[in-house]
Design a protein around this ligand. Structure first.
Ligand SMILES: Nc1ncnc2c1ncn2[C@@H]1O[C@H](COP(=O)(O)OP(=O)(O)O)[C@@H](O)[C@H]1O
Ligand SMILES: [Mg+2]
Length: 388
């Protein structure tokens, strides 16, 4: 069938034609936005789950929902070389310039001046010019060099300016497990201060399944965060993710084709998109049959092996690959690191560096003390298909 009309979009962060099964998180964010507009600030929301379940897509949806209500929003991804300070600073520039105008009110002028000082705190060569003379305005001072002080200041001033525009400030951070401990602590402290003083700001974090644990270790009052486990879809939701986009262009899935794709995908959103895309391309007319589905799944597996799995596998050393192999097949759910050491015939202490390097690369996580698991669903199947 015409690939131009193909509605399925496998790929990191790509918005699906039908975003299904996430109503609870979307609704509770909507409630939080409305409460903040009325002067009550709720705790941060933390989305956590395996790779490919749809955290980034959901986080982006939350940002759009905030923007739709006239909020100022900044969405950043941790894990690159930039610090939290720099990511937030650079992320705020665009939205702030968008609302800047000659008739800017007092609180916006103050926020702009604070933003200029925040920029100076990490970038000695760059300056921001919002096209407005800020001399004599209050604000500034977000350049003490102490992250907690500076972050609180910029968040307070910008959120209060955003409130004048009818909304508030939304700060969304993806891959939050890659923030440093100091950054996480600072975020926890800043969000706590925001809630206490009802600054109109909301935080949303997304990250791997160990994010709640990392937060708990970082700061004791992280229990006040609102945790949302982003999981594979329920079968009815998986069906909807496939059927609804097809229906919109008068394409139908035969029942057995649909069930086959859902079963093979394990209801993981990434796999649903990948198999859906290939099954569509295999179909010769506006009905997707079981034969098309079977061909689609086979081709989809190839695509996943060459992309989704391969990119991660290729980032590991030979010794790390041995470790990952020794985790199979139980690694999809979790296996004791002692057992991995046994299988490799090495003392557990010797494997510490390998384990932490794999943790650092985001290939494995620790679901429990002394346990390791793959961050990618289906990784053990992929590994078993690789020759030595
Ligand atoms: N709720 C959903 N319904 C259908 N497809 C989804 C959903 N969430 C995500 N996807 C699809 O899954 C894939 C992975 O999404 P992404 O947000 O990048 O996952 P993560 O950030 O958890 O790794 C994308 O192709 C996306 O279109
Ligand atoms: Mg993601």
């Amino acid at each position: 069938m015409d690939p131009v009309l193909n509605p399925y979009v496998p790929g990191a962060g790509r918005r699906p034609a039908a975003l299904v099964g996430r109503d609870d998180a979307i609704n509770s964010w909507s409630v939080a936005l409305q409460r903040a507009e009325r002067g009550i600030t709720d705790q941060p929301i933390v989305l956590y789950g395996l790779r490919g379940v749809g955290k980034t897509v959901l986080l982006t949806q939350l940002r759009h929902d905030a923007e739709q209500r006239g909020w100022l929003a900044v969405q950043v991804e941790a894990g690159s070389s930039s610090s939290l300070r720099e990511m937030i600073g650079e992320g705020l520039y665009g939205p702030l310039s968008d609302i800047t105008r000659p008739s800017a009110g007092k609180r916006l002028l103050k926020a702009l001046k604070t933003a200029v000082s925040f920029k100076a705190s990490y970038d000695a060569t760059g300056t921001w010019n919002f096209g407005i003379d800020l001399t004599g305005e209050p604000g500034g001072g977000a350049d003490s060099g102490r992250l907690e002080t500076d972050l609180k200041k910029i968040i307070k001033d910008v959120s209060q300016a955003a409130a004048d525009e009818g909304g508030g400030l939304a700060v969304l951070i993806d891959e939050a497990q890659d923030l440093t401990k100091d950054e996480l602590v600072t975020l926890a402290v800043a969000s706590q201060a925001a809630a206490q003083d009802n600054w109109p700001v909301l935080f949303a974090l997304a990250g791997l399944p160990n994010l709640p644990q990392i937060l708990a270790e970082a700061k004791s009052y992280s229990e006040r965060f609102k945790y949302v486990h982003v999981e594979r879809l329920a079968p009815a939701e998986a069906r909807e993710a496939l059927v609804r986009p097809a229906q919109e262009v008068s394409v139908t899935w035969e029942q057995d084709a649909l069930e086959y794709v859902i079963d093979q995908s394990g209801s993981y959103p990434y796999f649903i998109q990948q198999f859906g895309q290939e099954a569509w391309n295999a179909a010769s007319d506006a009905t997707i049959t079981l034969g098309d589905a079977q061909l689609g799944v086979a081709r989809g597996h190839q695509q996943l092996d060459n992309g989704f799995f391969r990119t991660r596998w290729d980032r590991t050393t030979k010794a790390e690959k041995d470790y990952l192999r020794a985790m199979c097949p139980e690694g999809d759910t979790g296996i004791g690191s002692g057992e991995v050491a046994n299988r490799l015939g090495k003392p557990i202490g010797k494997l510490g560096p390998r384990r932490s390097s794999l943790l650092h690369k985001g290939l494995i996580y620790a679901p429990d003390h002394g346990v390791v698991a793959f961050t990618v669903p289906g990784m053990s199947g992929f590994i078993s298909r690789q020759s030595e």
